[in-house]
Design a protein around this ligand. Structure first.
Ligand SMILES: *[C@@H]1O[C@H](CO)[C@@H](O)[C@H](O)[C@H]1NC(C)=O
Ligand SMILES: *[C@@H]1O[C@H](CO)[C@@H](O)[C@H](O)[C@H]1NC(C)=O
Ligand SMILES: *[C@@H]1O[C@H](CO)[C@@H](O)[C@H](O)[C@H]1NC(C)=O
Ligand SMILES: *[C@@H]1O[C@H](CO)[C@@H](O)[C@H](O)[C@H]1NC(C)=O
Length: 342
C-alpha cells in the first residue's frame, strides 16, 4: 500500500441523491406547500416517517447534507476519490464509497442546531446548555446559543435511522458495515460537539466591555471538515470478533474512542472507473507535476502518465489600496502549464 492510500471507510453514501432531490433544493419547500416525504429520493422507511413528523426540519437536513457533501469535496479535492458521485441524479441508496455519511451526520447536527437558534423550528429554540463552570462570575450566560443538544439528538435519530432499521445476521460483513456506519456517524456528531465553543459579546459604556453576554456557538464547518479529514487519515482498522462486535484489528494500538473514525476494509485504489465502488477514475484529473503527494501526477494518474497543456488563467494583480477603504486590482492573464492524467 502506498502512503496516503485511502482507507475504504465503506459507507452507504449520501443518504440523498444530489441533483434531483428536493431535499437539496430548499427553495422547493418555500415555494411549495407541504413536502411530500414519500417522494423524496433516498430516504429509508424510518426516515420517511420522521420526515412526516418533522416536516419543518427537512429543509435543514437537506442543507446540512449539502454542506457535508460540499465540505467533503473540498477536503478530498487532491485525492483520487474526490467525493464526486458517479451519477448525481440516480438513487444512491445502494451506492457505496468512502464517505461523506459521517460528514452528513455532522452537517445535520450543524444545520439543525442553528435552525433551532434562529427560531425556524417549532420543536426547539435557543440552547439551554448549562453555564460553563469556568465562565467568569460577572459575565452573563444565556445569549441565544446554537442548540447543539437538540441537533445532536435529531441527527442521531434521523441519520442513523437508516442503519438501525436494517437487520443482518450477527457476524456478517453487512452487519460489520452497519456497526461501522453507526460508529462513524457518532464520531461525526461528536466532532461537531467537541468543536463548539463559548462566544461572548461586550456591553458597557462605549465599548468598555465591563459586561459580557456569552452563549454556546458551533465552530465554522470548515473546522469540522478539517478535523474529520484528520480523523479519516488516522482511521482505525476494525474486524468482527466471535461475539459479533467490532473490535480493533491490531490490538497494540489504543482502541478507537467514539470520537475516532473506523474502517473495515482497505479502499480500492480509485484509479479506474468502477460503478460498483463508485469510483470515477482519475482519467482527465488535473495533477501537480512537482508534488510527491497524492495530488502529484505520479500517484494521481496511477502511473499511466499525463498530458501537458498550456492554459490561460485570469488573476487579480497590481492591487492598490485606495484611501479609504477599498482595494482596486487589475486583471492579468497568464499562461501556465497544466498537467492532466491520461
Ligand atoms: C453533479 O453535481 C455537481 C454539483 O451540483 C455538478 O457540478 C456536476 O456537473 C454534476 N455531475 C453530473 C455527472 O451530473
Ligand atoms: C470494480 O470493483 C469491484 C470491487 O472492488 C471489483 O470486484 C470489480 O472487478 C471491479 N470492476 C472493474 C470493471 O474493474
Ligand atoms: C473529481 O473527480 C472527477 C472524476 O475523477 C472529475 O470529473 C471532477 O472534475 C473532480 N472534481 C473536482 C472538484 O476536482
Ligand atoms: C505543486 O506542488 C508543489 C510541491 O508540493 C507546490 O509547491 C506547488 O505550489 C504546487 N502547484 C500547484 C499549482 O498547486
Amino acid at each position: 500500500m502506498s502512503k496516503g492510500h485511502l482507507k475504504y471507510v465503506h459507507v452507504i453514501v449520501v443518504v440523498l441523491s444530489l441533483a434531483m432531490n428536493p431535499l437539496l433544493i430548499p427553495e422547493a419547500y418555500i415555494i411549495g406547500a407541504q413536502p411530500l416525504c414519500s417522494q423524496l429520493v433516498g430516504l429509508s422507511q424510518g426516515q420517511k416517517k420522521l420526515c412526516q413528523l418533522y416536516q419543518d426540519h427537512m429543509q435543514y437536513i437537506g442543507e446540512g447534507a449539502k454542506t457535508g457533501i460540499r465540505e467533503c469535496q473540498y477536503q478530498f479535492r487532491h485525492r483520487r476519490w474526490n467525493c464526486s458521485t458517479v451519477d448525481n441524479s440516480s438513487d444512491l441508496c445502494h451506492w457505496r464509497a468512502p464517505s461523506s455519511l459521517w460528514l452528513n451526520a455532522a452537517g445535520v447536527v450543524n444545520a439543525v442546531s442553528r435552525a433551532c437558534r434562529e427560531g425556524e423550528l417549532s420543536s426547539c429554540g435557543c440552547s439551554r446548555a448549562a453555564r460553563p463552570k469556568d465562565l467568569p462570575r460577572d459575565w452573563l450566560w444565556g445569549g441565544c446559543g446554537d442548540n447543539l443538544n437538540y441537533g445532536y439528538r435529531f441527527s442521531r435519530e434521523f441519520v442513523d435511522a437508516r442503519e438501525r432499521e436494517k437487520s443482518f445476521p450477527k457476524g456478517s460483513h453487512e452487519n460489520a458495515r452497519l456497526l461501522m456506519n453507526l460508529h462513524n456517524n457518532e464520531a461525526g456528531r461528536r466532532i461537531v460537539s467537541d468543536l463548539a465553543h463559548v462566544s461572548c459579546k461586550c456591553h458597557g459604556v462605549s465599548g468598555s466591555c465591563s459586561l459580557k453576554t456569552c452563549w454556546l456557538q458551533l465552530a465554522d464547518f470548515r473546522k469540522v471538515g478539517d478535523a474529520l479529514k484528520e480523523k479519516y487519515d488516522s482511521a482505525v482498522a476494525m474486524k468482527l470478533n466471535s461475539r459479533g462486535k467490532l473490535v480493533q484489528m491490531h490490538s497494540r494500538f489504543n482502541p478507537p474512542t467514539n470520537h475516532d473514525l473506523v474502517y473495515i476494509e482497505q479502499s480500492p485504489d480509485y484509479c479506474l472507473k468502477n460503478q460498483s465502488t463508485g469510483s470515477l477514475g482519475t482519467v482527465g484529473r488535473l495533477c501537480n507535476k512537482t508534488s510527491e503527494g497524492m495530488d502529484g501526477c505520479e500517484l494521481m494518474c496511477c502511473g499511466r502518465g499525463y498530458d501537458q497543456y498550456k492554459a490561460q488563467i485570469v488573476e487579480r494583480c497590481h492591487c492598490k489600496f485606495h484611501w479609504c477603504c477599498y482595494v482596486k486590482c487589475k486583471r492579468c492573464t497568464k499562461i501556465v502549464d497544466q498537467f492532466v492524467c491520461k
